[in-house]
Write a protein that binds this ligand. Structure first.
Ligand SMILES: Cc1ncc(COP(=O)(O)O)c(C=O)c1O
Length: 381
């Protein structure tokens, strides 16, 4: 657990925190001085190096290793891609739906997860969306729907819509018992607590750098369990998916034996330079510490919300980082919060308050103070 003085010291790395109550982390993490220096290093390398690609390939491999360590995977299980969609698509393109046409997912998944698998319908996929009970998705819904005809179960670790936390272990057990694969989308959680993809036993994991990983847009990661990699042949490919990227052999497809086979063309170098210092920063702070601080501030916020009598979409049991409050008029609530320097976002009928390790109790009180002034815009509990 970080001391208040340590949180205070950390805050000084994020200049925007001097001006704003920054609770926008579910959309974009705050820019740190470390990440800014990473971008300066990228520009310097481009300006001064006669062969910058040699240096850039070194950074690309460093990032692969750093991220693998971050989620307890091996570097050859990681593909570096431009977006989460860019990680999900090659897997979808590689799976057969002949004997197992079903794709079963919750209605709380991020839209891209629906769209990628729906786009597989011409190849035989049948997508089934599970209906939530209010803002929860009981494990029993998966238990009823996943069967011997199910190919894959995409699971959002934490929903962008309502902050609901999925029971990944229970869903994975159900899916594996019936021979289905599990594709975990950790975009709304990765960077907020320790994660171990081996312990979770998921088959695929995707996340990107721009939210809680505190990095730039344009960069995401796909993890594929080692024993699955060479059984999957994506029907979308590129020179960067090849065993020897620099063989320049246009006429032969020779896919990498590693997860690199799921990559898509030259990697996003500027974003790689920006992401490495962000991963370093989070690792230095320690993900246990990050999780404890997030729990502290989001719990205090939720307690304050309950005291104000405002309805929360996020169940009490789904502790942070995202707390979503129900609003009659989300746009007006957003405008009032923005006017008071509280940076949040909205999705449908929810106003999203997304906490990170650099948020402190003063941030919580500033947000609650504005909410106290706008009871007419919010739904009562
Ligand atoms: C849960 C989740 N998955 C995926 C994405 C983004 O996907 P992509 O990187 O393809 O834009 C987001 C947010 O943008 C998200 O919240």
């Amino acid at each position: 657990m970080l001391r208040d003085s340590e949180v205070e010291a950390l805050r000084s790395s994020f200049p925007i925190l001097e001006q704003k109550t920054y609770l926008y982390n579910c959309s974009q993490g705050a820019l740190s001085s470390e990440v800014e220096s990473g971008f300066a290093d990228y520009l310097r390398s481009w300006r001064t190096s006669s062969a910058p690609w040699d240096e850039w390939m070194g950074m690309y491999e460093r990032l692969r290793t750093a991220f693998a360590r971050f989620i307890n995977a091996e570097p050859d299980e990681i593909a570096i891609v431009n977006s989460a969609s860019g990680g999900i698509n090659p897997i979808a393109s590689a799976l057969s739906f002949d004997d197992r046409p079903k794709v079963v997912m919750s209605e709380f998944e991020f839209p891209t997860m629906g769209h990628v698998w729906l786009a597989q319908r011409p190849r035989g996929a049948r997508v089934q969306f599970l209906e939530g009970v209010g803002d929860t998705m009981p494990v029993e819904a998966y238990d009823r729907a996943v069967d011997e005809r199910t190919r894959v179960v995409p699971v959002t670790q934490l929903s962008f819509l309502n902050g609901f936390r999925s029971d990944v272990e229970a869903i994975t057990t159900i899916a594996h018992d019936r021979g289905a694969l599990v594709f975990l989308d950790g975009y709304q959680d990765c960077g907020t607590r320790p994660i171990d993809v081996k312990a979770l036993d998921v088959d695929f994991f995707v996340t990107g750098t721009l939210k809680y990983l505190l990095g730039p847009p344009g960069l995401a990661f796909l993890y594929v369990k080692r024993e699955l990699i060479e059984t999957l042949t994506p029907t979308m490919s590129s020179w960067f998916s090849q065993r020897n990227v620099f063989a320049f052999d246009t006429q032969h497809l020779d896919l990498a034996p590693s997860a690199q086979r799921f990559e898509n063309g030259a990697p996003p170098i500027p974003s790689i330079y920006g992401a490495l210092p962000a991963l370093d920063l989070l690792s230095r702070v320690g993900l246990q510490n990050v999780a404890a601080q997030i729990e502290r501030v989001s719990r205090t916020f939720l307690d304050g919300v309950h005291a104000l009598g405002i309805a929360s979409k996020t169940p009490d049991s789904s502790v942070g980082p995202l707390v979503v409050l129900r609003a009659h008029d989300p746009a007006a609530a957003l405008a009032r919060l923005t006017a008071r320097g509280v940076v949040v976002s909205t999705r449908k009928d929810g106003v999203r308050f997304a906490f990170h390790v650099y948020n402190d109790i003063a941030d919580v009180h500033r947000a609650l103070n504005v909410l106290e002034e706008i009871p007419d815009l919010m739904v009562s509990a």
